[in-house]
Design a protein around this ligand. Sequence first.
Ligand code: ADP
Ligand code: ZN
Length: 609
Amino acid sequence: MIPPMNPDALHTLRTIFGYGEFRGHQGAIIEQVLGGGDALVLMPTGGGKSLCYQIPALLRPGTGIVISPLIALMQDQVDALLQLGVKAALLNSSLDAYTATQVEQRLLRGELDLLYVAPERLMTPRFLQLLERINVALFAIDEAHCVSQWGHDFRAEYLQLSVLHERFPQVPRIALTATADAPTRSEIVERLGLKEAQQFVSSFDRPNIRYHIVQKANARKQLLAFLEAEHRGDAGIIYCLSRKRVDETAQWLTEQGWNALPYHAGLESAVRHTHQQRFLREEGVIIVATVAFGMGIDKPNVRFVAHLDLPKSMEGYYQETGRGGRDGLPANAWMTYGLGDVIMLRQMVDGSEANEQRKHLEKQKLDALLGFCETTLCRRQVLLNYFGEATTAACGNCDNCLSPVQTWNGTVAAQMALSCVYRTGQRFGVGHLIDVLLAKTTESAQRCGHDKLSIFGIGKEFSQTQWSSIYRQLVAAGMLTVDMAGHGGLRLTSDSRPLLRGEQTIALRKDPAPRSKKSSATTTASVKNKYQFDSPEDQALWQALKNKRMELAREQGVPPYVIFHDATLLEMLEQRPARLSQFATIPGIGKQKLEHYGAKFLEVLAEYA
Ligand code: ADP
Ligand code: ZN
């Protein structure tokens, strides 16, 4: 039986945060922590993890201590809490000694509801002694997957957090993460000593994210068509594999009139910082980045995440695309992918220096990702399945659901493609192989005598593009591997034998023809841009509301979403409140925001009434 919701918790949710109801497990988690118990919370990005410790910290006596590795994020979180009238502060290496001492004084005087601390600061003997002198309401361990030595976010200091339990056995702990896999979860339990903790596992689905993957034809053109059709004026992230491609893409987008900035580890740290700040504080900035960008980015209104190159694994893809749509409004995860990407990634894994066990693991991860790219099934189902979550219905919000992919019996074509590899000696790249299939008498075909082979010209019923799609799918399916020497030559694997012997058939996906710029605007797979309104008055009011928000944000030196989320502004536009009492009912408006901003926004609304 579900216990009745704690009335104080609900009251706090409504008056301080301005939300009507708890979402998912939030209520139960808060109940557990309020009662003094430990909790392990697994919730996807945007699921609403922060309330799970913020509300108990407000309701329990003393200060809630939040441990977070993300210094950049702490400031935002504290700013957001201050806007709500919550007494919050932070302690990390970004503070000067004087400010840090002041924060400590406030902590000792019991003036803080919440204190965000970097783990290395927390674990100093001095700070631990300080904690013994105060009332600790709870310990929240954010990004708890940082204890995992296998993950890329590993932090050695996180391993020491188990001492909290030993030194403060009576203080409840709540560990939170958006990392979905089971091995990481058991590592968290193990290393943080959370065996007794109640686990709250939410679905990892991000229903507002629409997944689409397009076959690479001309990546830049495709990207531009996508942006023009769906994301004029939106903030988004574009991921590329190399620094060079980041720079080139950002520059090219800028030349095309887009507000794009590069971000990668090769840029000076001051430049990186400026670009990140502009992304956070201005509206409609596009960041073109390597995977170096994203950890600790908590901007709620990222409307799209685009991949010009493949991520390394499903985990990477999920994490990177997950940075879109944290506010729950529609967002696009868009990727362009082609034969070249498959070949390159296969080569990278085969040629890596890692030991056999590691290599095997990397291969499996890559296979899963390539399978996801090639699937004709609902992408969300494949994604969630990979993370061990069973789903029953197709989602209706991915490319494959919105425009189902045709398949065709590719057995004979695949046999031709594979024979061509075999007959030419298993050392040529796709370009040459397709030339042979299409009977193009190139110099190298003649030199190698390939124009004399029986397979020369047997593939004329298909076009160059179709052959390229067939080869891509065979490489993705693991029937062909790429040679290690780096020339991109293809070899048969043992998996290709049954097909060559005629013991197996293969269904291939019919890649949709690349859309022209014009028609892509009307594709069924397009998210209606939330910020494009039918009437010019609405459009003008929207702009006016955003301008007011920006003005207030600038005055206080905070990002605009700390004042109000887009969803709250959209509600204002929809509901057109005329009085403060009406304004107060809009989600995201608590007591303090009503007091500080109510009249200012009503004024803007009145101008457009
Ligand atoms: P996470 O840390 O899990 O990524 P956040 O705590 O930042 O997620 O919350 C994501 C968004 O959901 C925020 O905009 C937050 O204000 C909103 N939110 C959280 N809980 C609720 C709720 N009960 N009702 C409405 N909005 C909520
Ligand atoms: Zn789907």
